[in-house]
Design a protein around this ligand. Structure first.
Ligand code: GLA
Length: 394
């Protein structure tokens, strides 16, 4: 068959469209979904697989009534444990604890919130439920029909190449026509931060699972240094969901957790029972000054700027030119810590605000010193002040 130059160039244009333009557009659309790190709640850390439609509804109710929605939490995420069997056409059915997924999504949407779901590219999920292997297209269509807004896709020992598996589900979600934040969960293997965005990921786990104790939380949080260049609007490093309010850490330790995750521009996915929170838990999860650090529009992930053994100083540059700084004391005793402005790139004088006390502390020159509790943090926002104009020579 003769191929004319015109037909060839049409074919080349079509091939370019399919191979390059469409995936690029899909990635651009995906990136628009998470311009700042996603905020919400997930069932896993507190409830494990003991979940139901009723559990989800009361958590959504609580997210509205306790003030979390007002400060930015929006996703209500069902983790592993919702899955039933496939029907004779291969369509995925929820188990008996979720009688009507579409009705649940409508309920969550009716509150101005969004619904998340969980699956795996393996035959079985990590907790042994039905996975999406070889049913990607069908499952993506089904999630879209239910009204799902967020998909956590958890590796769970799937066969084959992770990039291909994650791309396959991303493409299926794109074809479903419903935007869904895409959360890659695979313990950070194969340095996922270097390729997560290229397969459409909006967030990717950088570690194995968190646990509700200071050791595990701090090992994950303080080991994120160096990953900052891989995060930005639309694509975030995910050091795992929050344990705040689950009872295994004290207030200082939970403030360390929230401060560190905010400096890291990490997704803030609460993992406690929102219907049973102490006033301190509410205060930690809803502190608007701290959340503003996490959600800063510049989308820069913070990094360590100074360290003296277990005393660490982390800094996140913010869009207005100020710097969020965490003074972290990883020892079991209270101590005094000093942040030197030169380490932050601040020349002279700066105004300091204490974000947990929610109080302006005034102007400081060259450095700022504070007591920091055992396993605690002092989180401040430091705004450089214009150098005073020299007075005319007298
Ligand atoms: C893995 C993930 C967890 C959770 C469980 C569910 O361990 O890392 O976050 O989703 O699977 O089985």
């Amino acid at each position: 068959m003769m191929v004319t130059a015109g037909a060839l160039s049409r074919r080349v244009r079509l091939a370019l469209l399919v191979v390059w333009v469409l995936p690029a557009l899909a990635r651009a659309q995906s990136a628009d979904l998470a311009r700042t790190p996603p905020m919400g709640w997930s069932s896993w850390n507190h409830f494990g697989t003991q979940i139901s439609d009723a559990t989800l509804r009361v958590q959504a109710d609580a997210m509205v009534s306790n003030g979390m929605q007002a400060v930015g939490y929006v996703y209500v995420n069902i983790d592993d444990g919702w899955e039933g069997q496939r029907d004779e056409h291969g369509a995925m059915q929820p188990n008996e604890h979720f009688p009507d997924m579409k009705a649940l999504a409508d309920y969550v949407h009716g509150k101005g919130l969004k619904l998340g779901i969980y699956s795996s590219p393996a035959a079985k999920t990590c907790a042994g439920f039905e996975g999406s292997l070889d049913h990607e297209e069908q499952d993506a269509q089904r999630y879209a029909a239910w009204g799902v807004d967020f998909l956590k896709y958890d590796w769970c020992g799937a066969p084959g190449d992770a990039k291909a598996a994650y791309s396959k589900m991303h493409d299926a979600v794109q074809r479903s026509g419903r935007p869904m934040v895409y959360s890659l969960s695979q313990s950070g293997m194969d340095r996922v931060w270097t390729w997560g965005a290229s397969v459409g990921g909006n967030l990717w786990r950088t570690s194995k699972d968190i646990a509700d104790n200071y050791d595990r939380m701090s090992i994950i949080g303080f080991s994120q240094n160096g990953l900052e260049r891989f995060a930005g609007p639309g694509h975030w490093n995910d050091p795992d969901m929050l344990e705040i309010g689950n009872g295994g850490m004290n207030g200082d330790e939970y403030r360390t957790h929230m401060s560190l995750w905010s400096l890291l521009a990490a997704p803030l996915i609460a993992g406690n029972d929102l219907t049973k929170m102490t006033p301190e838990t509410v205060a930690i999860l809803t502190n608007a000054d701290v959340i503003a650090v996490d959600q800063d529009p510049a989308g820069l992930q913070g990094a360590r700027v100074a360290q003296e053994g277990p005393l660490e100083m982390w800094m996140k540059p913010l869009a207005d030119g100020s710097k969020a700084v965490g003074l972290f004391n990883r020892t079991a005793f209270g101590t005094t810590m000093t942040v030197t402005f030169a380490d932050l790139g601040i020349a002279e004088t700066a105004a300091v605000r204490d974000l947990w006390a929610r109080k302006d502390l005034g102007s400081f020159t060259s450095s700022f010193t504070s007591n920091v509790n055992a396993h605690g943090v002092v989180l401040v926002r430091i705004r450089p002040e214009a150098a005073p104009t020299p007075s005319p020579a007298s």
